[in-house]
Design a protein around this ligand. Structure first.
Ligand code: DD3
Length: 317
């Protein structure tokens, strides 16, 4: 395994070492208290989240903070145990500032450190456009771009090799051809089923995206569909009819993965311009073994994405 890009140097407390993996160790010891804010990349009062660029121990970093929803199971304790300040009162109406106990008032936070320019750009609001990518465009523009960028999927290999998040694995089929690991996506805090979000990461390492899929991969795709849905029904009590099982094109990372998302959750990337339902993908490949190799695929692209520039230089947009 290549040296961890985290390297532990974001950690302000270098003391106590435990028998953990390098990643776990540096993450557990790292404290966000030393995070120096450079600028707000994005914020939403409605979504109650904020995306911040900054420095952590001289390294570029991005932190995402999000207030967690008030779920039914914490509601009673919250009402019982909060201190309460009256703000205003008028007739039958009154407003209060409640201060719940800290454990009921958690903030989900995601830290990227060291963060690259790409991470920073990802969270800046940007205009998007639709691109239509023919088979030739993929071969002459997109594929060379993907290869030249060599986007790191080290975190994916860490999951497949149990070097990270091993205790979060919900299910594994270890077969090297049709096997996969199912685990909660970082986007899901596992506190409520409304926003259930799991990913199936395939064991084969040579499938970059939807574009590479042929009828040869049908056993893999059917395996993910059947076992993934089965496990989620058994473990979370959510039936197939309440799940969006889909792939993104373009994906966020070029190692084949399938998203299992609660139908109640309008997650980013669920729109028609990026989402491909797994059951449709399976049917298309049954009808036409090279469907995704041959067809023009449309996808959204950000104005600042380098791939858009390559399409422009090739005179395709
Ligand atoms: C990512 C797409 C990638 C920022 C953020 C997430 N689920 C992951 C590392 C481990 C993971 C994911 C890139 C990166 Cl917040 C930049 O996602 C991950 N582990 N989506 C899980 N379980």
């Amino acid at each position: 395994m290549a040296a961890s890009p985290k390297g532990g140097s974001c950690s302000p407390h270098g003391a106590q070492k435990r028998p953990r993996s390098d990643e776990e160790e540096s993450a557990a010891e790292r404290s966000v208290s030393g995070f120096e804010v450079i600028r707000i990349l994005r914020e939403s009062a409605r979504e109650k989240n904020i995306f911040v660029q900054g420095k952590l121990d001289d390294q570029d970093a991005v932190i995402i903070l999000e207030k967690t929803p008030i779920t039914q199971d914490i509601l009673t304790r919250m009402l019982k145990n909060s201190t309460q300040k009256l703000e205003a009162s008028n007739d039958i109406y009154s407003t209060y500032q409640l201060e719940p106990p800290p454990d009921l008032n958690a903030i989900k936070s995601t830290l990227i450190c060291p963060a690259t320019e790409k991470h920073v750009l990802k969270y800046l609001r940007q205009e998007t456009f639709l691109l239509e990518e023919t088979e030739q465009d993929y071969q002459s523009i997109t594929l060379p771009y993907i290869k030249s960028q060599s986007f790191s999927v080290q975190w994916v290999y860490n999951i497949l090799e149990k070097k990270a998040e091993a205790e979060r694995i919900v299910f594994e089929d270890p077969d090297p051809q049709i096997g996969f690991i199912l685990l909660p996506d970082f986007k899901w805090d596992q506190q409520q089923l409304d926003n259930l979000y799991l990913i199936a990461i395939v064991h084969p390492r040579d499938i970059k995206s939807l574009r590479d899929l042929t009828a040869d991969h049908l056993p893999l795709l059917r395996n993910i569909q059947n076992k993934g849905l089965d496990i989620i029904r058994q473990r979370y009590g959510i039936p197939a009819s309440k799940l969006r099982v889909m792939l993104h094109y373009q994906p966020s990372y070029y190692h084949l993965h399938v998203h299992f998302i609660s139908l109640e959750y309008e997650a980013p990337g669920c729109g028609v311009e990026r989402a491909h339902l797994l059951s449709d993908v399976i049917q298309n490949l049954q009808d036409q073994p090279e469907y995704y190799r041959k067809h023009t695929l449309t996808f959204p692209i950000r104005a600042d994405d380098a791939l858009l520039k390559h399409f422009q230089e090739a005179g395709r947009v």
